[in-house]
Write a protein that binds this ligand. Sequence first.
Ligand code: SF4
Length: 397
Amino acid sequence: MTVIDSKDQATRTAPDVREVISTVEELRELLPSIGEAQAAEMREVQARYPFRIPRYYVEKVLRNDPADPLWSLALPGKAEIYDAGTERWDAFQLAERVMDHPRWIQKYKYEVLLRLTNFCSGLCRYCYLKNRENVQGFLSHAEIDVMFDAAEASPQREALREIVLSGGDPLTVPGEYLEHLAERIDRLNKTVRRRITVTVHTREPVWSPLRVMRTKGLLRGLEKLKPASYILHVVHPREVTKGLLDCMAMLGNLTEARKPLMMTQHPLFRGINDDARVITEMYDALDAGDVVVKPYYLIHPFPDGTLPQHRLRLTESQAILRALASAPGTRVPLLTIPTPMGKCVIGPYEKLEDRGGFYLLHTKDGVPVEYTTGELYNPAERRDHIPVTISSRRGGI
Ligand code: SF4
């Protein structure tokens, strides 16, 4: 599908502020059941961590009911005040990476994650990039050129197989930047023997699908990028709105050839989606649309960001996977345990042996990780043997 529209030259993809709610007062107009005490608490949290939520999400997903479990994921709450918001995730990187730039995050020789922005239309209260300080603003043309000039000159580039576009959210980036990025990725691909594919990590079709669908510049940029896959971050069946399904269908049909693989990944949260029935309902809702969405990752709570009331022990996450595993293989996700050293994946019946307060896991590359048997994993504990760099990070450990 061609989306070029000559009248759209001035289109920017950052959300229209009228569609995004950023004050507690505006929010209470839509959710009047927010009482005075809760509003005061929200303001206190907002003084420390930014708050933003698209009107679409409030109107179509949330209920005007303080008992709605999704409130604690989307609206400021006092549990956040005790979160340091330490953004140490990017501190752990491969010593032999293709190049060194704050936006270029490389934990594996075959995959790089590009932080295109620190912006998202809505701010998840469990985000591990809580202070939004990992990178600033949208990536510029000059930064794209610096990164890809270096990548073209790097002997490590032959090992690269995938460029993951992340953020913040890549679907908030102005389309002309994405077009330039697409040109540089195409150019890099001409210097290597096998194709380096593009994957897009996004939650924008959940937060604000109508904006995505009408932003021609963004669609034009995505059409040029030709992602091999989109990995949609959706956490609950109610988030699967008609707008989301329409948006996924539109993203899937931007190109005639090599249509992207659509996949979903979702963190697990106690009290919200820590139940295979809830997750299956979400998969079924996604399957009701016009594109096939493969359940990809079931994510054990992140070490950073996840609020205390939502944390799980590893054995609890594994039990959820076990309850999902008895289904066609195309409907069963991988249980992944995020660690700053890389992802660990465990099977539904894998024996987890308590070795004195920790399990011994391995990343995809075989790096050993001592992972807590409790709910709170501290990645600072066990990293001596990991090849890491912290030079590009503030707040690294
Ligand atoms: S969409 Fe992703 S990057 Fe954005 S606030 Fe949520 S978890 Fe963080």
